[in-house]
Ligand binder design. Structure first.
Ligand code: FNR
Length: 193
């Protein structure tokens, strides 16, 4: 039975998303240790600071799901050399109201796939800036900038190519070790106000 609960934010709403396929492939490789909870970020309203007076129920549910998790995983496409708006919106919602950042101290990682050869590297770099501010200890290496090719994964997340499988398994092993190392971190070292 997997013992670590991971809140997964996929930055694409597309049914045929290659990033969702990548998330499923990682989930399959990590099944012994990690339980994935895919957060429904496409159903969230667009954040406005007016929410802070009375947070909408969908936004509260997002925050609760993150707070109940041991770790977070961001699986993102690159849109115009940054992350998609839908992902930034979800992050902004979970980070507020001020003083209630749901991500604080949750160990995290960023991975992504693109049809372009630069494979989401710019988007991931932008995202890492945001995650640092949100107090998410984010796995530094290995970086997963996956240059997606047709047939790389089947719909169940099975990986055809042995080299790709090995590459992603390396990420999974490191991520599991990272989460185990950091999951009690926030309790031991809360930020002083
Ligand atoms: C893209 N795409 C893209 N790819 C990339 O490598 N760098 C980029 O900056 C962009 N910019 C971009 C902007 C917009 C608005 C779209 C719709 C697409 C291509 C992108 O990698 C491709 O559409 C992926 O398939 C998107 O990921 P999902 O939806 O399949 O997970």
């Amino acid at each position: 039975m997997p013992s670590i609960n991971v809140a997964v934010l996929v930055g694409s709403l597309r049914k045929e998303s290659i990033n969702l396929k990548l998330a499923r492939a990682v989930e399959r490789l990590a099944a012994a240790e990690l339980k994935f909870n895919y957060l429904k970020i496409g159903e969230l309203p667009l954040y406005t600071q007016e929410f802070d007076a009375a947070y909408p129920p969908a936004c509260q549910r997002l925050k609760q799901a993150i707070e109940a998790s041991d770790a977070v995983l961001f699986v993102t496409p690159e849109y115009n050399r940054s992350i998609p708006g839908v992902l930034k919106n979800a992050i902004d919602i979970a980070s507020r109201p001020w003083g209630t950042n749901s991500f604080a101290g949750k160990p995290g990682a960023v991975i992504g796939a693109s049809v372009g050869s630069a494979g989401t590297s710019m988007a991931q770099q932008h995202l890492r800036n945001v995650l640092a501010y949100l107090d998410i200890p984010t796995l530094p290496q290995p970086e997963i900038f996956l240059h997606f090719k047709e047939g790389m994964f089947d719909s169940e997340g099975r990986i055809e190519n042995a080299d790709t499988q090995k590459f992603l398994q390396g990420f999974v092993d490191r991520y599991v070790a990272w989460v185990k190392r950091f999951r009690k971190w926030i309790k031991n070292f809360p930020l002083r106000k």
